[in-house]
Ligand binder design. Sequence first.
Ligand code: AMP
Ligand code: GLY
Length: 415
Amino acid sequence: MRVLVIGNGGREDAICKKISESKKLTKLYCSEGNAGTLRYAENVKLKSNDEILDFAEKNNINLVIVGPEVPLCEGIKDKFDNTNIKVFGADKESAKLEGSKDFAKEFMLKYNIPTAKYETVTSKSEGEKVIKHFTYPLVIKADGLCAGKGVKICQNELEAKEYLKELFEEKIFGQEGTTAVIEEFLEGKEASLLCFVSDGNLIPMESARDYKRIYDGDKGENTGGVGCYSPNELFNEDLKKSIKPVLEKISYGLKQENLAYSGILFIGFMIKNNEPKILEFNVRFGDPETEVVLPRMESDLIDVIEKSIEGTLKAEDLIWKKDKCMTVILTSKGYPLKYEKGKEISGIENVDEDIYVYHNNTEFKNNKILSAGGRVLSVTALGSDFEEMRKRIYKNIEKINFENKTFRKDIGIIK
Ligand code: AMP
Ligand code: GLY
């Protein structure tokens, strides 16, 4: 099997590593990959969905695995419709579950899927009327992908009006921000659940806990995620029981709406008193969730993906190790705002054998590994005890160096 993975983050590094362990693999490419994926894949630079299709056809690729949301929302799956190359990922219409907040909320409302109460607005004046129906804090979400930066939690009317002005008058997200969802603020704890989708059926993976804020104590700006562990302790038997009917409703809705795709559905939950409510859908693996979920998977990932695409994947096809997994992300100073890049990284080769370092944003240039983005490396451990793993990770972080290396010190400590 000749496989092409699309993306260049820690998620794709983890996907490439897991795919490289498959007995079915004969050749692995990654576009555009990073210094980490070079360990098991040939990196290629394909700049558009058209270039990906062309490369896949010329290089006899059998399976394309799509990491990020942008190519999915742009319709990469649909581009391959008239070929016999398999694509693992949502089609353009289904990808709206991530690409449009309004589409996702309407879907949840229609199929009685628990989520925050909301109203959709398309102008500043409409928004100013609708905010009066809510108490504070309230949440305003620009409708489009907005590079993951479209959500604002507003503490008072002044902040809400200011954000409506930014969206509708200043158009900070261009056309993507010209529709917005205004929703009630949900209290509780967040949990991520990644599911394989197999012809609309949801087969959940193990749960994860993502640390989204940049500073210790869950303070500061929201990021893509700067630490993570799996499983998430919130997923007790009671919670699993209350999530089961939610997954069934999603699956029913996907089939009713002709969204019965094969790929990934990432469900962001807010949990309070074992009651799950859905914050968001993503139609891709999470990052850093993938770096802690895939190392725990025993099953052959190519097998699982093939079954998912055939529509035959069952829960029993997913076999999990007993080990838990934790990762701490080393970031560039300044992330998630303006950050530094191009710093030489040393010491990855010195980490202990039972530590794995995924690359989030690195490049290999002139025989050096350089930082190339906000999140740089994910220092990851498997084990039976989170406390022991945490100590092992932090001890090994000391061995890796780049100028102004930044990381949270409390991953796994605060729950
Ligand atoms: P989203 O992209 O919709 O998941 O929003 C990004 C982040 O904003 C989430 O991970 C939460 O931390 C926060 N958030 C979004 N919606 C809500 C809500 N209704 N109540 C509380 N926090 C929220
Ligand atoms: N870690 C959250 C995400 O991948 O969107």
